[in-house]
Design a binder for this molecule. Structure first.
Ligand code: AMP
Ligand code: ZN
Length: 665
């Protein structure tokens, strides 16, 4: 078997599938098939560490931690762009250019201006070498590891390409992915991100590249620099980049005159809201590289390019009232109720006012005429008050002091922007919100029960917390509005069936603040039972992989509350899974309980992952490095010399895979 060839073929195939999916939006295999192939490649690479390639598609999942990003100097400076705001500005620009060029016929490339974070990526012999942020234009941060996790960026190029070049583009977060990320944050009671641009640019500097890998980032390319490129125009450059495998938006157009540039601008000013990502303008570039060379640069920007900024769409309307929403965690959000008005293709009736500080800053009063804008945020924003239209009798807005739902006095923790209703157990939207979270799809996924029914059950006094769900009977719920025998039975069955939901999802469902799906999995795996989690100290929790102080503190607070403990106790009695049930494995034994193993080298009978799994299946633990706590080192071929020395030094027995097989047989 020609292993190097099999591995290379798999890599090429997976690269092509990534390209089909992330660049062309035309996948040709299912996600499942893709994952299978990736797994197969991963296993082969594990068995053949000598064939490691930093640009293999398996490296996309990330996992490197960067504490300090290294500063790197750009081979070619990254300039800014001059801005223009009107057709006159652009006409003036053309006049200036033509003075230099001598009134030659000119072509322009028109592109959309993507709103994200700019990046410069270097390719050498078709392979991604490094990726650097813009920084001050002369030097930026080395974010190569993070960039490699973005799947629309090719790690290896197709076709024929220059030996070495830099390609520039914008890292963006399309609206859909952004909203999904925010939805997940809201579900765990975290504050959502404010706009896609800042979130995209913040992502580049995350220390853990596997976190970056989880974000639905994209990279849109717009410029190539280098020597001997063999490209003559900007437009050709875009096409070349597309052929090499980059994502280059198809909206770019060649214009033969400023008139055509204006047409492009007008078209996109109107249609930009239909794009899947944010644009704040158009970039117009002199097409010919020869002309570009003649024009050169000012101290800050190329003379051959110009950004045209769209006006943010703004309308004015009347503020009818302010209402206050109470979230599942008790957090209060003020919402402006507006006289309905058309804006950026939708009818706007409401706008978020964020918090008390924002209201104070705007000094917004009921009856005011306000300017509303739709920028990066999906939810429109109130920019300012039209003071010229203010009624002289308008009263200053008093922020509420009591919960609009349960009338408890609100609290505001120092350093936090939002007010809270502290009546965790008596405030209806908090109670209903928690139960709705409990039954949601990623949590207990209770079939036959939806969010509105939860409110109905609560309002009829049938449930007050999620444990109450398990005591409901068909007779109790039949009298409810629109509840037929069949749907009542379905609901009760759904609730009963949820007792099979595994511990990790139950842990997510009970809604400990900051404990999202992933954290719940980590905690469940580590502690295995709710009792162990409940008894964990703050220190203990912080020591768990990836659990920070904020989460740890929140877990402690949750269990300090007697009401919570009581609810958990009742869930336990009803038979909800509050312990991890290890999946039944016919090969599992407890022969290795209490023993810690470190695995090193290459094996014949196992892949490294299989060996690790075999250790765990038999009750043992797998350590990552040799220490005084290591009981055995399982060594294959090519064990690292440092490990060997360490094992000898600590007198840790070194065993072969055959020894290991005997141990578990
Ligand atoms: P500004 O940050 O307003 O000076 O605008 C310059 C930035 O626009 C560049 O640094 C790029 O990051 C970004 N940009 C977005 N789309 C394009 C594009 N199509 N061509 C060139 N630059 C772009
Ligand atoms: Zn309340």
């Amino acid at each position: 078997m020609d292993i190097p060839k099999i591995i290379q073929d798999l890599r090429d195939e997976l690269n092509q599938h990534n390209h089909n999916y992330y660049v062309l939006d035309k996948p040709t295999i299912s996600d499942f098939e893709f994952d299978q192939k990736l797994k197969q490649l991963q296993e082969l690479e594990n068995q053949h560490p000598e064939l490691f390639d930093e640009n293999s598609p398996t490296q996309r999942v990330g996992g490197t931690i960067t504490k300090n990003f290294q500063t790197l100097v750009h081979d070619y400076r990254m300039y800014s762009l001059d801005n223009s705001y009107s057709t006159e500005d652009l006409t003036d620009w053309e006049t200036r250019i033509q003075k230099v060029l001598g009134n030659v016929p000119l072509q322009y490339t028109c592109e959309l201006k993507y709103d994200g974070a700019s990046i410069s990526i270097t390719y050498e012999n078709g392979k991604l070498k490094r990726a650097v942020t813009r920084g001050d234009g002369f030097q930026g941060d080395d974010v190569t590891n993070n960039i490699k996790t973005i799947k629309s960026i090719p790690l290896k190029l197709k076709g024929s390409y220059p030996e070495r070049f830099d390609i520039r583009g914008e890292i963006i977060l399309p609206f859909e992915g952004f909203e999904k990320m925010n939805q997940e944050l809201i579900e765990i009671g975290e504050t959502p991100y404010s706009n896609p641009r800042n979130t995209a640019s913040g992502s580049l500097k995350l220390q853990d590249s596997s976190e970056v890998a989880k974000r639905p980032l994209e990279c849109l390319l717009y410029f190539i620099v280098g020597n001997n490129l063999n490209i003559k125009t900007q437009f050709e450059g875009l096409e070349a980049a597309r052929n090499w495998g980059f994502k280059v938006p198809k909206e770019a157009r060649l214009a033969n005159s400023l008139e055509e540039v204006f047409e492009y601008i007008n078209y996109w000013d109107e249609h930009r809201h239909k794009l899947p990502y944010e644009t704040d303008g158009v970039v117009i570039k002199v097409n010919s590289f020869q002309h570009q060379d003649e024009l050169g640069y000012t101290a800050k920007s190329p003379r051959w390019a110009m950004a045209y900024k769209f006006k943010a769409e703004q309308v004015s309307t009347k503020l009818n009232s302010i209402s206050y929403q109470v979230g599942r965690t008790g957090s209060i959000t003020p919402v402006a109720n507006l006289e309905p008005v058309q804006l950026a293709g939708t009818i706007v009736k409401r706008a978020s006012l964020h918090n008390a500080d924002q209201i104070e800053k705007l000094d917004i009063r009921i009856g005011d005429t306000v300017f509303v804008e739709k920028g990066g945020e999906i939810i429109p924003k109130i920019i300012a008050v039209d003071l010229s239209k203010r009624n002289p009798d308008a009263q200053r807005t008093q922020y509420i002091s009591h919960c609009p739902e349960c009338h408890s006095e609100l609290v505001r923790t120092e350093g936090e922007a939002n007010h809270y209703c502290p009546n965790f157990y008596g405030c209806p939207p908090q109670i209903i919100g928690r139960i709705q979270h409990f039954i949601s799809r990623k949590a207990m996924d209770i079939e036959g029960l939806g969010g509105e029914t939860v409110a109905l059950l609560f309002n009829n006094g049938l449930v007050n917390d999620f444990a109450d769900l398990y005591e409901l009977t068909v007779e109790q719920i039949l009298p409810l509005e629109r509840m037929a025998q069949k749907s009542a039975e379905n609901l009760i069955n759904g609730v009963q069936k949820s007792k099979e939901v595994p511990f990790e999802r139950v842990l997510y469902a009970i809604g400990i603040r900051y404990v999202g799906e992933t954290v719940a999995k980590k905690l469940a795996k580590h502690y295995k039972t709710i009792d162990a989690l409940q008894n964990a100290s703050l220190m203990d929790l912080i020591l768990v992989d990836e659990i920070g102080e904020k989460i740890a503190q929140s877990v402690i607070e949750f269990f300090e509350n007697e009401e919570n403990v009581h609810i958990i106790e009742r869930l336990k009695q009803f038979g909800v899974q509050l312990e991890l049930i290890e999946k039944h494995n016919p090969n599992a034994t407890d022969k290795l309980v209490g023993k810690t193993f470190v695995v090193s080298g290459v094996f014949e009978k196992f892949s490294r992952d299989d060996l690790k799994k075999a250790i765990e299946d038999n009750g043992g633990k797998v350590g990552s490095s040799i220490s005084a706590k290591t009981d055995f080192v399982v060594a294959g071929d090519n064990m690292g010399p440092a490990k060997l020395e360490k094992a000898n030094q600590l007198k840790v027995p070194i065993i072969t895979e055959d020894d290991f097989l005997v141990m578990i047989s």
